[in-house]
Design a binder for this molecule. Structure first.
Ligand code: HEM
Length: 88
């Protein structure tokens, strides 16, 4: 996930005695989760409008507008998705 300290300049896990005790786990898992979402699904915008990247108010960098997107499993996932449906 690149340089972990680089990503911490926004203080995503707080600071000091009450800082997030799960930061180690989170740093290991977030990249993997994001990569899985990109690898397994095709993503599209809902309409023609570009996704707004402006930042809302708050300490945790909320987006101004919630992200709305459509996704569908990629072809390589079709077997897995089919298997999952069969099991249910
Ligand atoms: C991307 C993932 C995560 C982010 C951005 C995040 C962020 C934060 C932040 C900002 C705080 C408050 C720190 C403060 O008060 O200064 C916090 C607290 C906490 N986090 Fe996380 N966290 C994440 C994942 C996790 C995970 C995976 C765990 C546990 C497995 C966890 C457990 C906790 C706990 C128990 C606290 C409370 C600590 C306390 O109050 O002493 N977090 N987290």
């Amino acid at each position: 996930m690149g340089n972990v300290n680089e990503g911490c300049r926004f203080i995503p896990f707080g600071m000091g005695r009450r800082q997030c005790p799960g930061s180690g786990l989170a740093n290991r898992v977030v990249g993997m989760a994001l990569a899985s979402l990109i690898q397994c699904f095709e993503w599209e915008r809902v309409g023609e409008e570009l996704v707004g990247l402006s930042e809302g108010k708050g300490l945790t960098m909320p987006k101004d507008d919630p992200l709305e997107a459509m996704c569908k499993p990629r072809q390589i996932m079709s077997h897995f998705v089919q298997t999952t449906i069969d099991v249910q």
